[in-house]
Each structure stands twice: as structure tokens, then as C-alpha cells.
Design a protein around this ligand. Structure first.
Ligand SMILES: Cc1ncc(COP(=O)(O)O)c(C=O)c1O
Length: 455
């Protein structure tokens, strides 16, 4: 793969700094009501937001939102944004989706939650079993929660502690995956984690079966946890044979395997697990399947479910595997989940977003080529992005080279000032259901204008 100096030397860093300064000033000029509300908000919320991550999405102060409609949302200053991040894939169905709004409103009137199941729960598990190919399902509040429970179940079944994740991973804000490799040792990657939080996690390069085998051969690993394609460090696609190899090695060394489809469930009907026919012991999905209504799920095989069922932790009696929570699996979340699976996430819907994703990637590559840039667009169904090199990355270390912070910061604010929202540094533009070819063309055109401004 090309080195940074070869593939990114066309970026004029002086121009980039000027663009950033000008665009930051313009952003502040356009968002004065948000700035006033932020001042008020800081009195009772750190950084003035209910979840502090919201301030990290851009370097500019947070904007406060009035409403959304389809593919766009509008802030309290009246600025409209065509959203290409779709809340990190938790709002892929579009803002104010009528089918979801109707299902949620109906269920809210009939009772949000009973701490007991209804028919919707049964239908959702049947639909997931049919689409994803894992026969048994449990519901959590989030994909993070699903991963936590999968880790617990895997540890119980295998009697082992360690787990493997791949560099470039993200599986939620859970202590044991907030880990990075530093010179062959796992270290905590964020603040506030207890000593030893990284002790049971081993980070291996993606697409490296030899490295994986070395770790699994110790016989200490309970679980390998990975996305089918890594989507949290730009996009890293599996090489041919990689997944078959992971499955074969995990079986050979008695390790369980979980495929985390928190993002990639939106990439293909039945997720990439369904589309690529991937075998695993667990599958995780979440983000309310793109409805924004909090819900995570995990699916498991007959063998896992048999043990899980016998060792569940119920209210009384001998303690089993701790899973669940009081607002997991509400009637409201399951009504939304049923509606989205039955009526929104149809095969035709996936075809639509795949075609839009191809237009987005083709469009970006055309813009790069027009300017003689040897760059590529990331491509994974509806997900695209900026690969600053002629070759796509094979692993996290290579993918990280395209995370040029100054470039991304300047691009985000430049595009926001032109009505395009493209947040989350390590993601990329994502085509979603409410987008049209016109929207894609607008994104691509604005990206081209930005390149002209900084080359
Ligand atoms: C692959 C993957 N797993 C898990 C999560 C965590 O999802 P949530 O924050 O909804 O729990 C994410 C979030 O981006 C993700 O990308």
C-alpha cells in the first residue's frame, strides 16, 4: 500500500487550514440560536448535551435540532441538513417514517411495556431466524448490551475467559472491547477503565488467519467477536476465504464466534451474515434496525440456546448467566422492530440502498479521478468513504492511514455549511432508505467542490 506522503501529498495543508478557519466562522454565524441554547444547557449538562459524545462529532459547538423529515433534519436556527450519517446507522429508515411512527404511536397508546412478551416478540424472533439463519434470539437495549451478554454466555459455555477482537474494531462502550494493541500487548484505549480491563482481550489484525491461529491455539479463548466487514475504521473488507478460515479455526480450537452486525444488518437483506452465508455461534444486531428506537438483539444456534436456556438467571433459584434489564424488550421497541422488519426492510429496500451506495462510491471515485487523485472510495453496500490510497486497506493499521483528522474536520464543516451532515470521523457517508439519486449527486458534487478548495 502507498505511504501517506505519496497518496496525500496533493492536499495543500495551508489551504486546508484556511478553509477550516473560514468554514468554522461561517458555521458559528449560521447557528447563533444553537449557541445561545448551548450556553443555557451547559448549566446542567456537561458540554451542554445529554450524551457528551454528541459534542465530539464536530469540532464546532453542538447544534440543537428542531425536527427531521425523510433524509433531512432541521436545526433551531432553521438550517436544513441532508443526513449522510443517519445517526451512525440508527436512523436508516429516515426521519418521521410513517410506518414506524404509526406502529410506535399505536403501541404507546396500548401500553409501552409490561415486562412480559406479546405476539410482536414472537414474530420478531421468527423473522430474524428466517433472515439471519440463527434459530434463537434474545433482546437487549442496544448492540453494546447484546455483545456483553454474548461474552458472558460464551465464557460460561467454554469455561474460558479470553476473547479476541480485530484491530480497527468497535463493539460499543464496554470495558473489555475498549482495548487496543500496543506492541503486542492489549491496553485500555479510553479513560476510566479499571486496571486489568484489557487483561482478557487479545487484538489481532483482520485478514490474518495465521495470527488468529497462534492466539486460538493457546486453548484459552472463549470468543472471537468481529463484524463481517469492519465498518468503524472506515471500511475493511474480508479477503476471500477469511471468514471460512475464522470459522474453521474457531471450531478446531473450541472457541465460539460472534458476528456483530450492528451496522452491517443494514447492508444486505439478512445482514452480511445472510448475504454471505456466514456461519457463527452468535449474531448481534442493534440500533433498533435503523428505527432509532433502542433495541439490540443476539441470535444463537440450537446448541448454544440449549445451554443458555438451562442456565438462564431467573428471579429465584440457583443463579445462572446474568442477562436482561427492566427496559429490554419493551412492547414499544418490539412493535417498531416488527414494523421495520415486516414492512420497511424489504428486499427491495436493500436493493435501493445498495444501488445508491454504488452511485455514491462511483461518484466519489469520479471526483477523485477528475482531479488526478490516486484515491479510492470505500465500498460496502450502502457505505462509502474516502480511502486516501490507491489500494483498499486489509487491516486496521492500513485503514487508520485514511483517517486524516485535519482533512476530515475541514470536510465535515465545509459540507455542513452547504447543508450536508456527514458526522462520525471513522464512518463515511452512508446511503439510506430516504435518500434519492439526487441526494447522492448533491453529496458527490459538494465533495468535489471541497476537493477543489483544498488541492
Ligand atoms: C459493530 C458495532 N457494534 C456495537 C455497536 C454499539 O452500538 P450501540 O451504541 O447502539 O450499543 C456499534 C456502534 O456503532 C457498532 O458499530
Amino acid at each position: 500500500m502507498a505511504t501517506g506522503s505519496v497518496a496525500t501529498d496533493r492536499i495543500n495543508r495551508d489551504k486546508l487550514a484556511v478553509v477550516r478557519r473560514q468554514e468554522d466562522a461561517e458555521f458559528l454565524r449560521r447557528t447563533s440560536k444553537s449557541a445561545t441554547l448551548c450556553e443555557r444547557a451547559r448549566a446542567h449538562m456537561p458540554n451542554g448535551v445529554p450524551m457528551t459524545w454528541m459534542t465530539g462529532l464536530y469540532r464546532t459547538p453542538p447544534i440543537y435540532i428542531d425536527h427531521g423529515n425523510g433524509a433531512t433534519f432541521t436545526d433551531i436556527d432553521g438550517n436544513e441538513y441532508l443526513d449522510f450519517n443517519v445517526c451512525d446507522l440508527s436512523m436508516t429508515v429516515g426521519f418521521g417514517n410513517e410506518i414506524i411512527a404509526e406502529a410506535v404511536a399505536r403501541q404507546a397508546r396500548r401500553g409501552v411495556h409490561f415486562l412480559l412478551p406479546g405476539e410482536d416478540a414472537v414474530v420478531v424472533s421468527e423473522l430474524l431466524a428466517e433472515r439471519v439463519g440463527r434459530p434463537h434470539w434474545q433482546v437487549t437495549l442496544s448492540a453494546t448490551g447484546a455483545n456483553i451478554e454474548v461474552m458472558r454466555v460464551a465464557r460460561f459455555i467454554t469455561g474460558r475467559h479470553k476473547m479476541v477482537i480485530f484491530a480497527g474494531h468497535y463493539h460499543g462502550h464496554l470495558d473489555e472491547t475498549l482495548v487496543r494493541d500496543e506492541g503486542g500487548h492489549s491496553v485500555a484505549d479510553t479513560a476510566g477503565l479499571p486496571p486489568g480491563s484489557a487483561a482478557h482481550t487479545i487484538v489481532v489484525p483482520f485478514n490474518d488467519l495465521a495470527a488468529l491461529e497462534k492466539v486460538l491455539a493457546t486453548g484459552e479463548v472463549a470468543l472471537v467477536l468481529t463484524e463481517p466487514a469492519l465498518t468503524n475504521c472506515n471500511v475493511i473488507l474480508p479477503e476471500p476465504g477469511f471468514h471460512a478460515g475464522v470459522r474453521e479455526l474457531t471450531r478446531r480450537y473450541g472457541t465460539l464466534l460472534c458476528l456483530d452486525e450492528a451496522h452491517t444488518f443494514q447492508f444486505a437483506y439478512g445482514g452480511l451474515v445472510g448475504a454471505w452465508q456466514l456461519a457463527s455461534d452468535f449474531v448481534v444486531a442493534g440500533k433498533g434496525f435503523g428505527t432509532g428506537i433502542s433495541l439490540g438483539v443476539y441470535g444463537m444456534t440450537d446448541e448454544v440456546a440449549e445451554i443458555y436456556t438451562r442456565h438462564s438467571d431467573v428471579d429465584i433459584g440457583p443463579r445462572g448467566i446474568a442477562t436482561g434489564g427492566t427496559t429490554f424488550g419493551t412492547a414499544l421497541a418490539l412493535a417498531a422492530a416488527r414494523a421495520v422488519l415486516e414492512r420497511v426492510l424489504t428486499p427491495a429496500a436493500y436493493t435501493h440502498v445498495r444501488e445508491l451506495g454504488a452511485s455514491l462510491s462511483d461518484g466519489l471515485e469520479t471526483e477523485f479521478a477528475k482531479r488526478g487523485l490516486p484515491w479510492r472510495a470505500f465500498r460496502a453496500g450502502p457505505r462509502s468513504g474516502y480511502c486516501l490510497f490507491p489500494e483498499l486497506p486489509r487491516n486496521g493499521a492500513e485503514a487508520a492511514l485514511s483517517l486524516d483528522v485535519d482533512l476530515i474536520d475541514a470536510r465535515r464543516v465545509y459540507m455542513a455549511n452547504r447543508g450536508i451532515w456527514d458526522s462520525v470521523m471513522s464512518a463515511g457517508p452512508q446511503a439510506a432508505l430516504a435518500h434519492t439519486e439526487e441526494h447522492i449527486a448533491r453529496y458527490v458534487h459538494t465533495a468535489g467542490q471541497f476537493l477543489d478548495a483544498i488541492l
